[in-house]
Design a protein around this ligand. Structure first.
Ligand code: BGC
Length: 749
């Protein structure tokens, strides 16, 4: 009896703090290990509250269709009753704090919310679109812009971004190519990891946010480049051509992964057991959180894969999915599915555990408003330093495609410029759908940016936004052109046609724009084309009509200033395209990673009958992957290998002397490709496996080195395991994927 009394007294004692207050519940006690706190919290949660943690809805803008939206009042009630784990599209210190307060102070267990948003290439300071930035081949630069984006987002109350998008794609019809790193999986993997590092940093702190690798997996291969379409391919193709960037991002520690909208092997990927269960969780050991894409659980009904939302919840959960974004299916049906034994509580607990772990790691239980600090919001967002970095990134993303007779650069103030183009003076058209909190009014447009260097510059639209032919605009442009030394024309498409839901059948320069260029050509004045848009366009008609072409993409806040740096020559362009520029629409999708086929086209001059070719156009794109010019010239000497053979566990070294034979300093991206000549699965004729970005002074020569090991030569089998088969290989070195010099290598068993 005495012992029992003593234990009761002891228990009373330990649940009282020294001040006589009740002691903290274990999950609220920051001195306990996180796993212990999670166990305690899980043990207190009802199945409804667990399902709530897996529920995510938009609390602000709709970045998808407004399905079943119950309105803000009902969403807040869900927060209050523990039926909500996270929000997307709520940002700003005031907004996030107000909602967090309900979760923390009014819900039964006080579990804080996560706030997420698509911070894709900047929050308020907008960097070049990811595709453009990837053309810099500068991983540090990309890491840095993500880190600035994270810093701004975290100061606006956000914990989590839905980026990087790492879908490999070679289809310029697909609007979402703008969000990725282009057509190459090996390069895409390096970029994916750099972007994850940038967003997340080394530790969870208020200068970083959680990253999300998306859209898992294979979304870049959507049939016909049409958004939300199906994907079908073999597992070996998936592993070799699409999965490397997702894997690299997961290995770099990405906190979350997002499912795609597509199918794989006939199953919508949100419920794809192979991708989610086998690859992501088992093979890669992913420990983070998996979030669906916008209403993608619900969309399984339209796909014809499930009959109703309950069925969708069951299939998605049993495949290993976790958070339900915007379907509101899980919160509704998970409790009964668990009670009926159709979804295991172990899976639910595992998913909730992962989400809670992140919330604990972010310190949200101790400081739920830690990311919602007004002073920080004011001082960290859109700073002069961030804008300067955006300008640096912009100038390094511009690809010089053509420069006949060295029309470029044009020193500031040295010539009278006439600028044309209906998007050239519009901040709005320089921004794409994923421009965060970017403000078009604070953007340096092509017109405002160039005018700082060319104060006498004149400007006229020259063509209509809507693609219609307008002779009066052409007439006005011609008059203006007569007074100028150089004609600079913005052509291409606006940011409004870049991103999700922006597939087009004709990624081309509009006829009305070509009409303007044709008219301006009659003046005999040099023409410089500034090409805008979030994808490579077919430039085959434009190219012979202009003297110079700068692929400007969509460069964000510092668009005009960035382009001015390149146009004036203050920056010598060094970017190289990471997507092939198609010769014609009919070539799309097109990548340099083609297969030889059983009937390869012989080199120019050979007999081309009964060969794999187009009858009406060349097989090659207009500009290949890796292509881009400089204002100086780089000459490649003869490359060499330190040994003609290697063992599978050995390595060889490739060296190539590169000389800057022009008259100014410049940077060159030296590229290394491989080919495996005989293999148990056919392999592309070239695969990028190395690059070095080197800076060379005028007249300087540098020897560029690459080490080649089994890692570079192997392929992945259908289980995702690397296989190196001995035999003949070629190594290629050059300035782009087309103009390369070949070295022979034999791998001996
Ligand atoms: C897109 C995702 C995005 C999500 C949330 C979806 O429609 O596919 O990339 O992260 O919306 O905005």
């Amino acid at each position: 009896m005495k012992i029992i009394l003593q234990s009761i007294l002891f228990c009373l004692f330990i649940t009282q703090s020294t001040a006589g207050q009740p002691a903290k519940l274990p999950y609220k006690n920051a001195t306990l290990p996180i796993e212990e706190r999670i166990n305690d919290l899980l043990s207190r949660m009802t199945i409804e509250e667990k399902a709530g943690q897996l529920n995510q809805v938009s609390g602000g803008a709709f970045t998808g269709p407004a399905l079943n939206d119950p309105g803000q009042k009902s969403k807040m009630e869900d927060v209050r009753t523990g039926r909500m784990g996270s929000f997307l599209n709520v940002s700003g210190v005031v907004e996030t704090k107000a909602i967090q307060k309900i979760a923390v102070e009014e819900s039964r267990l006080g579990i804080p919310l996560l706030f997420a948003m698509d911070v894709i290439h900047g929050y308020k300071t907008i960097f070049p679109v990811p595709l453009a930035e990837a053309c810099s081949w500068d991983l540090k630069l990309m890491e840095n812009s993500c880190s600035i984006a994270a810093k701004e987002a975290a100061a606006a109350g956000l914990h989590w971004t839905f980026a990087p998008m790492v879908d490999v794609s070679d289809d310029a019809r697909w609007g979402r190519v703008v969000e990725g790193a282009g057509e190459d999986p090996w390069f895409g993997a390096l970029v994916a990891a750099a972007r994850v590092r940038g967003f997340q940093g080394k530790t969870f702190d208020d200068a970083h946010i959680l990253s999300t690798v998306k859209h898992f997996a294979g979304y870049g291969a959507v049939q016909s480049g049409r958004e939300y379409n199906y994907v079908d391919m073999s597992r070996q193709r998936l592993w070799n051509a699409y999965l490397p960037p997702y894997q690299a991002a997961v290995e770099a520690g990405a906190a979350s992964v997002m499912n795609g909208f597509n199918t794989f092997e006939g199953i919508p990927v949100s419920a794809q057991p192979y991708l989610v269960g086998e690859v992501l969780k088992k093979k890669w050991g992913f420990k983070g959180i998996l979030v669906s894409d916008w209403a993608s659980f619900d969309e399984m009904m339209s796909w014809g894969y499930v009959a109703n939302q309950k069925d969708a919840t069951e299939k998605a959960m049993n495949a290993g999915s976790m958070i339900d974004m915007e379907s509101r299916a899980v919160v509704k049906y998970l409790p009964e599915l668990v009670k009926e034994g159709k979804v295991s509580i172990q899976h639910v607990d595992d998913a909730v555990r992962r989400i809670l772990r992140i919330k604990f790691q972010l310190g949200l239980f101790e400081k739920p408003y830690g990311y919602s600090d007004e002073a920080r919001e004011k001082s960290r967002i859109f700073t002069a330093e961030h804008r300067m970095q955006a300008k640096e990134t912009a100038k390094r993303s511009v690809v010089l495609l053509k420069n006949q007779n060295n029309v470029l650069p044009i020193a500031a103030g040295s010539k009278k410029i006439a600028l044309f183009g209906s998007h050239a003076n519009s901040g709005q058209s320089a921004l794409d759908f994923w421009s965060g909190a970017g403000d078009a009014r604070q953007l340096s447009t092509l017109e405002s940016g160039l005018r700082e260097d060319f104060p006498t510059m004149t400007y006229a639209k020259g063509f209509q936004d809507n693609g219609a032919s307008d002779p009066s605009l052409i007439k006005e442009a011609l008059e203006m052109a007569k007074q100028a030394d150089v004609l600079v024309i913005q052509v291409g498409i606006s940011g409004a046609l870049a991103g999700e839901d922006r597939s087009v059948a004709f990624p081309v320069i509009g006829e009305n724009q070509l009409e303007l260029v044709r008219a301006l050509r009659t003046t005999g004045k040099p023409i410089v084309a500034l090409i805008t848009g979030g994808r490579p366009l077919v430039l085959t008609q434009l190219e012979p009509m202009v003297d110079a072409m700068l692929q400007c993409w969509l460069l964000g806040t510092e668009t005009g200033h960035g382009v001015a740096e390149v146009l004036t020559g203050r920056y010598n362009p060094s970017a190289k395209t990471v997507m092939s520029f198609p010769y014609a629409v009919g070539q799309i999708p097109i990548s340099y990673r083609v297969f030889n086929t059983g009937r390869p086209l012989p080199p120019a001059g050979g007999d081309s009958t009964w060969k794999s070719r187009y009858r009406d156009i060349p097989n090659d794109p207009l500009y290949p992957f890796g292509y881009g010019l400089s204002y100086t010239r780089f000459e490649y000497g003869t490359p060499s290998l330190n040994a003609p053979t290697m063992k599978p566990n050995g390595s060889v070294e490739v060296t190539v002397p590169v000389t800057n034979s022009g008259s100014r300093e410049g940077e060159e991206v030296v590229q290394l490709y491989i080919r495996d000549h005989v293999s148990s699965i056919v392999r592309p004729v070239k695969e990028l496996k190395g690059f070095r970005k080197v800076s060379l002074k005028a007249g300087e020569t540098q020897t560029v080195r690459f080490t080649v090991t089994a890692k570079e030569l192997a392929f992945l089998n259908a289980e995702g395991d690397p296989v190196l088969e001995p035999g003949k290989f070629s190594l290629f070195v050059g300035p782009n994927s087309k103009q390369t010099q070949e070295l022979k290598l034999e791998v001996n068993p």
